[in-house]
Structures are given as C-alpha cells and as structure tokens.
Ligand binder design. Sequence first.
Ligand code: HEM
Length: 197
Amino acid sequence: MLTNLVKSKQSLIFLTLCLTSYIAFVLLALYFKPVTLANFLGFLALIAYIATLLPSTFRTVFPNMRSNKILVWLLKRRRHIGIISYVLASNHGLLMIIQKNINLLSADTYIRYFQGILILFIMSLLAITSNDWSVKGLKHNWKKLHQLTYLILLILPWHILDKMSPSWSYLTPLELIIIFLFVYFSIKRKRLEAKSS
Ligand code: HEM
C-alpha cells in the first residue's frame, strides 16, 4: 500500500516536470530569439568567469561548505578556468565583430561596445598575470590588480542588458539571474569579511 503510494507520488512529480518543461520550452521558443554560436560563447565565458569566483565566495558565505569537493576542485584550478573564460570571451567578441560587421577603425565602435571592450581589457590583464612569476613580481599589487575581477561583475549585466535589449535570447534571462544572484552573494561575502576583520 505504502510503496504504491510512493510510486504514484513519484509518477505525479515526473508528469508535472514533463508538463512544466513543455510549457517552458514552448514559451522560450515563442518569446526569445534562438542562440547563435557567438551568443553561446558569451554565455560559456560568463559561466567560466562565475566559476572563478564561486569557491572563495561560497566558502565564506556558507562556512559548512568549506570542504565541499567541487569547491576545492574549482579553487585549485581557478587560474586555468579564468584563462578558459578569457579565451571564450575573446572568441565571442571576435565572432560578434564578424557577425555584426563591426568596424574596428571607427571611434563609434569603441563607444557602442565600450562595456564588452572594457571587460575584455580587464580579462586580458588578469590572464597575462595569472602565473607565479607575476605573483612574485607584482607583490601586493597583484592582489589589488586581481580585485578588478569584481568590476566585471558590475559591467557584465550592463553589457548584456544593453546589447540584448532589442530582443532577448533563450540564455539572457538565465545569465541575468546567475549574475544578480552572484552580486548578492558577493555583497554578503564582503559584509561577512568586514565584520570578522
Ligand atoms: C570586444 C568585445 C565584445 C563585443 C564586441 C561584444 C558584443 C556583443 C553583442 C553585439 C552582443 C549582443 C548579441 C545579439 O545581438 O544577439 C553581446 C551579448 C553578450 N555578450 Fe558580448 N561582446 C564583447 C565582449 C564580451 C565579453 C568579454 C563577455 C564576457 C563574458 C561577453 C558576454 C556576453 C553575453 C553573456 C551576451 C549575451 C548573450 C545572450 O544572452 O544570448 N561579451 N555581446
């Protein structure tokens, strides 16, 4: 009797999930534009960038997650993930330049794509200095330089909202939710660090 009840509950949950997924995908197809490779690369760059901030932020905000295996794995590979994010972001920028026929010799381009270019510039600085040699050479300035990563967290939603405002893709709402959640966790982290110091 009890096992039958559990089974029918599981079937009901499965059916609800199926129906919800149909509704969600029909709505996405109706109201959002499809994703091009350039957009998808921008999305992947964002995910990789967030993955670089995730371990230190989550370990402070959720102290009971300090020994979480995924967070420890991400922490150890933070530099490599940051470089992967940079490569994905520069490929996104390159494909956008080709796709949208962006003229790099026009001053207007640098005004119009100011946020994307600034993020790419910051990411270049971080990628070039993501090695032991730079840590030794720059001493305490290295930490200050790498604090610039938090500036990306503020410019990125501006870039996405500005560039995607004519019509959002399937990925745009997800990207914005991820960024705003992360901004919230980063503020919480800074507050906790200020309290404990
Ligand atoms: C030279 C630099 C860049 C240029 C010219 C550029 C250009 C663009 C353009 C034109 C769009 C709108 C695409 C559309 O209309 O469908 C866009 C969206 C986007 N860009 Fe960039 N971008 C640059 C750098 C970056 C960087 C460094 C990132 C870092 C993560 C990034 C992440 C994104 C994301 C996540 C979207 C939204 C994609 C979507 O929701 O489908 N971009 N970019």
